[in-house]
Write a protein that binds this ligand. Structure first.
Ligand code: NAI
Length: 332
């Protein structure tokens, strides 16, 4: 039995986490959940947004599935997600983008993965005022972090039997920073002769994504471009409601839906659990249970293909529990 840390989270978090637990039980996935609180739920009980119990649990289990957490406005609270990324050195943000047949979206046949470097670039936070009315920010790129994310992308491609890795950059203009990123990943690509490698400039990539997104397989890119491209790609498949994500480091990984805690529909059996379910499927791939991961994605696909089997946000009539029951039915 593999132990996994489960953070139900706030708002709709507990309802969609329960959906994943029920599906895993029906599939007889050999995992055992260790439940810990983070976010508002934890703040109320322990006075901390990210309590010691969570840190200890992740240090023990190394893998977590996290429901969305509410970051309280004001009070000087730092975002939990930023804290987690830094504390556990989760340098790779991985977002699979796949559209499901029958669901309304601008395109069909998209099946790509964005691997975003999560630790440096303009998001390093090195910025200041030089003088009145003049601000400066530093774009920090290192060969070490660039090679690390490049290797992560190629290893993921190898594991998931993907055919191509594309590095997205702007090295024609930023010759030192993006040039270093591109060169570092090109160097890594030499170790993977069976996987096609190419590069594309970020502005052209945006155009290609909205013209012919099916041409992309695995995309690896810097922090800022990755942030923008991953939301753009979520839009290509119908919005954030289906977007799953993961923050991965060398020792630990946290899998979570991209959406927030949706307080407006919390506790009403209205939440769509798909994004967290798909995050759980990526988690199964990560821990080497690829067959379970594929089976789960197939059941989600089969469920969403039927217009009668959708939640309200996708124009359907089902509640969280009824939708979960359909997925369980479609596992067979
Ligand atoms: P949100 O994603 O929670 O909600 C935006 C809209 O989408 C709402 O109308 C909501 O009802 C709907 N929605 C979101 N997820 C849904 C689902 N699974 N099924 C059906 N409808 C869904 O974004 P918002 O309102 O900006 O943030 C609410 C809280 O969530 C904030 O406290 C924010 O800090 C937190 N948040 C947490 C994240 C995380 O833990 N990873 C990520 C984003 C926001």
């Amino acid at each position: 039995m593999k132990k996994i840390t489960l953070v139900p989270g706030d708002g709709i978090g507990p309802e969609i986490a329960k959906s994943v637990q029920d599906i895993f039980a029906a599939m007889k996935v050999p995992v055992e959940w260790e439940l810990v609180d983070c976010g508002l739920a934890a703040l109320e009980k322990t006075g901390e947004l990210m309590p010691k119990a969570f840190v200890e649990s992740l240090n023990r289990n190394h893998v977590a599935l996290k429901g969305p957490t509410t970051t309280p406005v004001g009070g000087g609270h730092r975002s939990i997600n930023v804290q987690m990324r830094q504390m556990f050195n989760l340098y790779a943000n991985v977002r699979p983008i796949k559209n499901f047949p029958g669901l309304p979206s601008h395109f069909s046949g998209i099946d790509l993965i964005i691997v975003r470097e999560n630790s440096e670039d303009l998001y390093k936070g090195i910025e200041y005022m030089i003088s009145e009315g003049v601000a400066q920010g530093i774009k920090l790129i290192t060969a070490e972090a660039s090679e690390r994310i490049g290797r992560h992308a190629f290893e993921l491609a190898k594991k998931l039997k993907r055919k191509k890795v594309t590095v997205v950059h702007k090295a024609n203009i930023m010759k030192f920073t993006d040039g270093l990123f591109l060169d570092s990943i090109r160097k890594v690509s030499a170790d993977y002769p069976d996987i096609e490698f190419n590069d594309i400039i970020v502005d052209n990539c945006c155009m290609q994504l909205v013209m012919k997104p099916q041409q992309f397989d695995v995309i690896v890119t810097e922090n800022l471009y990755g942030d923008i491209l991953s939301d753009l790609c979520a839009g290509l498949i119908g919005g954030l409601g289906l977007a799953s994500g993961a923050n991965i480091g060398d020792k630990s990984a946290i899998f979570e839906a991209v959406h927030g805690s949706a307080p407006d529909i919390a506790g009403q059996n209205k939440a769509n659990p798909t994004a967290l379910i798909l995050s759980a499927a990526s988690m199964l791939d990560y821990i080497g249970m690829l067959d379970f991961g594929n089976k789960l994605r197939d059941a989600v696909g089969k469920t969403l293909a039927n217009t009668e089997q959708r939640t309200g946000d996708l124009g359907g009539t089902l509640g969280t529990k009824e939708f979960t029951a359909c997925i369980i039915q479609n596992l067979k």
